[in-house]
Design a protein around this ligand. Structure first.
Ligand code: 0RA
Length: 647
């Protein structure tokens, strides 16, 4: 991360004291820039930036664990929104820094480090979005306190707004080693200090999966909720967790790891009987959601190794095509690939794509070797996997035929739009929106109430097909689904192209009842499985129709929950009030529907976001998959929050 450039570099003489050399240049920068432009360092000053502070500090402890010096990390959120992270690593050094003439811990806390640790041999492998260092957390905190346990003593120092408040002091003696950092985010910097227990839990769980054996505990003192994560199986446990509610083809994930050319490569693979590819790749503990060279290497090895095995065992004879394609070997695949590299180059829109060219070959050879050996030693599993891939190749062929047929009937061509669709007048997708409306009667009201210039209406009949349990050809034989695909305009499967979307706002409008929630989940499942890019682009929304209409004389108020209804009662006085509870959208007349739910000036909508892909993936499997017990449990657990269900 390059910060503001005003500050000078500090040049350190070589031991001889004469010549200067680039390796000895350590760029130290003050923290003023961080307070001036926080978003440059932590991405935002909202929710995500707030959580980023926690990740930044935890990453330092995880680095100690990766270096082999730390086994436990404890994280606690306190009631006053301060946070503590404790580890049992070596402790941040406290000796006097040679050129700064102050304790190293103070330098670490109060200067931006271009190079990370001083220690030349240890490279920083973990790292958050930017890997900016704990000094950034200090700069953005009202106060921060550090305790270091090292060389028999306990040391303490306090900072405020990133500046030293007390000198480093010895508190006493100890036989332990480690570091404790406690900070309170500066509320003049952050818009919110409301931590999400789930978001933090998910990342901490992920870190525990990615760093085998490390124990990470998490306590939310605001609620008393807590977690204790420790996985001796590492990413094998991660894959098991991802497949938890699926029917797996083989009981244990295939796992292999090897160090090669300064990199460590690790992968775990397990097939299930579903249709979904579920592969997550990480570099230095960072989820590379945009993929990159390591993922290309993984995929190449998987396709090649499975084909080689199938060929050698004479299993491909039944196939029309002579080899299995990449998509054939990835259906029903759950996998985690984790690479640790000394000098990762992150590219792409969100800096979440690995660019190092050497990574492809390294990963390809390690994965190839691991899979080949496993197949040799476990021929029954190998055969099952190959048979599954062959079945997929055949089904793909059948789906292609179904799609061709559908296209010939010109059902999927955007040339002819479905008759049920009431399209809008404008054609610029950026200006257009489509309401997917439950039921014909609500559809009728929406058609009458809408602004026909840029609002299109597509009424959907009853429940749409559960695509979680259907293959592509079955899905395409469903009329409701075909209508949806045609109206949206992107095509499907191999033809899918998000740039062809005819609307940049696709709004799901269902009743505020159990059936409505079910239809909404069915639609979200469809978008998640088949048009994920539309979710990633932020095109998918959920309309929020009101639950109540409160009227007194000429005053009309709408309420979206019971608390709001009660506030209207207070405001208007209860006497002479008429209360209407909407059981469905169909009960609203066109004007009411417009005023409460569709008028861009006044409506509230939820934008559907994919914050955490592995969790969303699990949730859809639980909600829509074929195992009943996990779904019952999930619904019991979340019954209260279903109205706020946010994926
Ligand atoms: C600099 C150098 C060394 C360790 C650390 C920093 C360190 C930082 C943090 C932050 C949280 N926990 C931490 N644990 C360690 C290496 C120290 C050595 O060489 O002994």
């Amino acid at each position: 991360m390059t910060g503001p450039r005003e500050e000078a570099a500090t040049l350190t003489p070589t031991p001889e004291g004469h010549s200067y050399d680039a390796r000895n240049i350590q760029v130290l920068k003050g923290l003023e820039g961080v307070r001036k432009r926080p978003a440059m360092y932590i991405g935002s000053t909202g929710h995500s930036g707030l959580h980023h502070l926690v990740y930044e500090v935890v990453d330092n402890s995880v680095d100690e664990a990766l270096a082999g010096y730390c086994t436990e990390v404890h994280v606690a959120i306190h009631a006053d929104s301060s946070v503590t992270v404790i580890d049992n690593g070596r402790g941040i050094p406290v000796d006097i820094h040679p050129t700064q003439n102050r304790p190293a811990v103070e330098v670490v806390m109060t200067t931006l480090h271009a190079g990370g640790k001083f220690d030349e041999n240890s490279y920083k492998v973990s790292g958050g979005l930017h890997g900016v260092g704990v000094s950034v957390v200090n700069a953005l905190s009202e106060w921060l306190e550090v305790e270091v346990r090292r060389a028999g003593k306990r040391y303490h120092q306090r900072y405020e707004h990133g500046e030293v408040k007390t000198e480093l002091k010895v508190l006493g003696e100890t036989s332990e080693t480690g570091t404790t950092v406690t900070w309170k985010p500066d509320t003049t910097v952050f818009e919110t200090v409301d931590y999400s227990f789930d978001t933090l839990s998910q990342r901490l769980r992920e870190l525990a999966f990615l760093n085998k054996g490390i124990r990470i505990t998490f306590l939310d003192e605001r609620t008393g909720k807590k977690h204790d994560f420790q996985y001796e199986g590492g990413i094998s446990s991660f894959v098991k967790y991802l497949n938890e509610n699926k029917t797996v083809l083989h009981p244990a994930p295939i796992y292999h790891t090897r160090d090669r050319d300064r990199a460590t490569v690790e992968f775990a693979v397990q097939y299930n009987d579903g249709y979904v590819e579920n592969v997550y790749s990480f570099v230095n503990n960072i989820n590379t959601v945009e993929g990159g060279t390591h993922l290309i290497g993984f995929r190449a090895a998987l396709t090649r190794t499975i084909n080689n095995y199938a060929e050698r065992e004479g299993l491909l004879k039944s196939l029309k095509e002579v080899t299995l394609g990449g998509e054939d070997v990835r259906e029903g695949l759950t996998a985690v690939v984790s690479v640790k590299l000394p000098d990762p180059q992150f590219e792409g829109q969100t800096k979440a794509k690995l660019g190092n060219t050497e990574a492809k070959g390294i990963v390809e050879s390690v994965v190839g070797e691991g899979l080949r050996n496993y197949f040799e030693e476990n021929p029954q599993v190998a055969r099952k996997i190959v048979e599954k891939c062959i079945a997929t190749a055949r089904a793909r062929e059948a789906a292609r035929k179904a799609r061709d047929l559908a296209r010939r009937k010109s059902i999927l061509d955007s040339g002819s739009l479905p008759g049920k669709l009431a399209d809008c007048q404008l054609t610029d997708p950026a200006l257009c929106e489509i309401y997917l409306v439950e039921g014909d009667s609500a559809g009728g009201s929406a058609k009458m109430g809408r602004d026909r210039k840029n609002q299109a209406i597509l009424p959907l009949k009853g429940k749409i097909l559960n695509v979680e349990k259907a293959s592509l050809d079955k899905m395409l034989s469903n009329e409701e689904i075909r209508t949806l695909i045609t109206a949206i305009g992107t095509g499907i499967a191999e033809d899918f192209d998000a740039d062809k979307a005819r609307y940049h706002r696709i709004i799901i409008m269902t009743d505020a009842d159990v059936d409505g929630a079910h239809i909404r989940t069915l639609l979200l499942t469809f978008f998640f499985r088949h048009m994920k890019a539309l979710i990633e682009r932020g095109y998918i929304y959920i309309a929020m129709p009101p639950l109540y209409r409160v009227q007194k004389g000429k005053a009309v108020r709408y309420a979206y929950d019971d608390a709001e209804r009660d506030r209207h009662f207070e405001e208007l006085g209860r006497k002479g009030i008429t209360l209407q509870r909407y059981k469905g959208l169909g009960e609203m007349n066109p004007d009411q529907l417009w005023a409460t739910t569709m008028d861009p000036q006044t409506r509230t909508m939820l934008r559907v976001k994919l914050e955490d892909l592995p969790e969303a993936e699990r949730m859809f499997t639980v909600l829509m998959g074929d195992q009943v017990e996990p779904r019952r449990k999930f619904i019991e657990e979340y019954a209260d929050s279903v109205r706020n269900l946010d994926i």
